[in-house]
Design a protein around this ligand. Structure first.
Ligand SMILES: O=c1ccn([C@H]2C[C@H](O)[C@@H](COP(=O)(O)OP(=O)(O)OP(=O)(O)O)O2)c(=O)[nH]1
Ligand SMILES: [Mg+2]
Length: 145
């Protein structure tokens, strides 16, 4: 890690890095919920933070829950704005079509990545500068290989 950002928080359980050099700090559920197959739920973490100006938090899934149980975050990455002082919540989705998933209080349900972000000034122009890609996209280079 290159820099350490100090982030005031308000909660019982702080987001927690499992290893000192992890990018994501785990977020714990503050409530229990059962996700039926294919169901989603907005799950509280009990955590509120005050990010410094110029930073954002991104709520992303945990790969273990995804690979083993099909649990993901609907709006991944969920964006935590620097000015947001409310509780961080996680929109969990159970993509498994057959098996329900139980979330217990204290379970690590997602992780929070803190990143510096740029603010843009959008400048109206008649034409955009040329580029190699131009307007090609959406599989223009082929979808396999
Ligand atoms: O996964 C998420 C995403 C967002 N938020 C909180 C923090 C964020 O700053 C705020 C607004 O998020 P966003 O801008 O993504 O939602 P919106 O639907 O555009 O709501 P708003 O109109 O309040 O901006 O909701 C979460 O707690 N979890
Ligand atoms: Mg918004």
């Amino acid at each position: 890690m290159t820099d350490v950002v100090e982030i005031p928080f308000h909660a019982e359980n702080a987001p927690r890095y499992a290893h000192a050099d992890d990018a994501g700090a785990d977020l714990m559920a503050s409530e229990s919920v059962t996700l039926a197959p294919g169901a989603r739920a907005l799950v509280g973490t009990g955590v509120a933070i005050a990010l410094p100006e110029g930073y954002a938090g991104f709520v992303v899934p945990r790969s273990g829950l995804a690979a083993k149980h099909g649990i993901t975050v609907v709006n991944s990455p969920g964006t935590i704005d620097a000015g947001y002082r409310g509780e961080i919540k996680v929109t969990l989705l159970n993509t498994d079509q057959n098996t329900a998933f139980d979330v217990e209080v204290g379970d690590r349900i997602a992780q929070l990545i803190i990143m510096p972000v740029s603010r843009a000034t959008f400048i109206p122009v008649a034409e955009l500068p040329e580029s190699v890609r131009g307007t090609s996209g959406f599989g223009s280079t082929g979808v396999r290989g």
